[in-house]
Design a protein around this ligand. Sequence first.
Ligand SMILES: NC(=O)c1ccc[n+]([C@@H]2O[C@H](COP(=O)([O-])OP(=O)(O)OC[C@H]3O[C@@H](n4cnc5c(N)ncnc54)[C@H](OP(=O)(O)O)[C@@H]3O)[C@@H](O)[C@H]2O)c1
Length: 324
Amino acid sequence: MKAIRCKEFGPPSSLVLEEMPGLKPGANEVLVAVKACGINFPDTLIIQGLYQFKPELPFTPGSDIAGVIKEVGDDVGHLKVGDEVFGFVFSGGFAEEVVVPSNTCFLKSKKMNFPTAASFMVAYGTSYHALKDRAKLSEGETLLVLGASGGVGLAAVELGKLMGAKVIAAASSEDKLQLCREYGADLTINYSKEDLKSEIKKLTGKKGVDVIYDPVGGEYSEAAFRAIAWEGRFLVVGFASGTIPKLPMNLPLLKTGSVVGVFWGDFAMRNPKQNMENTATLMKWFDKGMLKPHIHKTYELKYTSRALEEMMNRKVRGKLVLEV
Ligand SMILES: NC(=O)c1ccc[n+]([C@@H]2O[C@H](COP(=O)([O-])OP(=O)(O)OC[C@H]3O[C@@H](n4cnc5c(N)ncnc54)[C@H](OP(=O)(O)O)[C@@H]3O)[C@@H](O)[C@H]2O)c1
């Protein structure tokens, strides 16, 4: 089987497509013939050795897989050969075959094609876990989403609306904000042109926002926190800007605000039951037509480097997907 291999940490151009021996699933795993694999920002960090964890070299990147089960481990009960599935792996997805833990592998809806299924798990799983389990977002609250047209950001916009919040989308260009409006954003801020803190205050009548969803970091985090509402929750999701911000600790005190960490991948492994329940809810909403993952572009496996560069150059709206 063919796989994209990271043999040394470096830019996307250092990845190679190679022939590999076939894989075998363990007792609680399934072997999946990959049809599509979503690209997420962490993929761009893992290959450079810049992510929270560093896989041992060489490795195959890719987490967000969809495909058909080829083989089932001895202790797996709920899945069988031939099932069309999607799932999450820490690595191994940019390949023709991948071994997936059975508790992060789910039956694909008949209404979902493979690229859509491969763009679903990380984006919606992260954003739903963040808004529901971590921020406890409730109906009528105001939600600010930074990097709102990106993979997890756009899912947060869509889910925030579905959960009854008033959503303010913030992004760096008008075409990105237009997509956010199409996905339900009530109000928008172009933070490359407008001052984030004063715009939030203007749009919320000085009250500030109840929940801030931040996958970007850098200069926007503190500016947004300075416009958080009383008892607001600031979700630390990621640092796509490349800078991990520092926050003066008087700010949470002054607003009785909370800084709340989100690490969906670890949550899914530590709390598989809760993650399965969240996924079931998301699938139900998808089947009812309430969620519509936006695929910016699909690439063949051999163009993985090009796709990763496009994401790093901030050119993507919604999701990029590799078709295998
Ligand atoms: N905590 C978790 O469990 C979890 C799970 C998945 C992803 N994440 C993190 O969430 C972040 C977003 O992931 P994603 O897959 O949604 O990425 P994405 O689709 O590339 O979106 C990231 C957004 O960040 C903004 N951005 C600002 N500065 C940027 C820069 N220098 N380079 C690239 N983008 C920049 C861009 O929007 P504008 O141009 O509009 O600013 C872009 O749309 C990443 O840091 C990722 O590691 C965290």
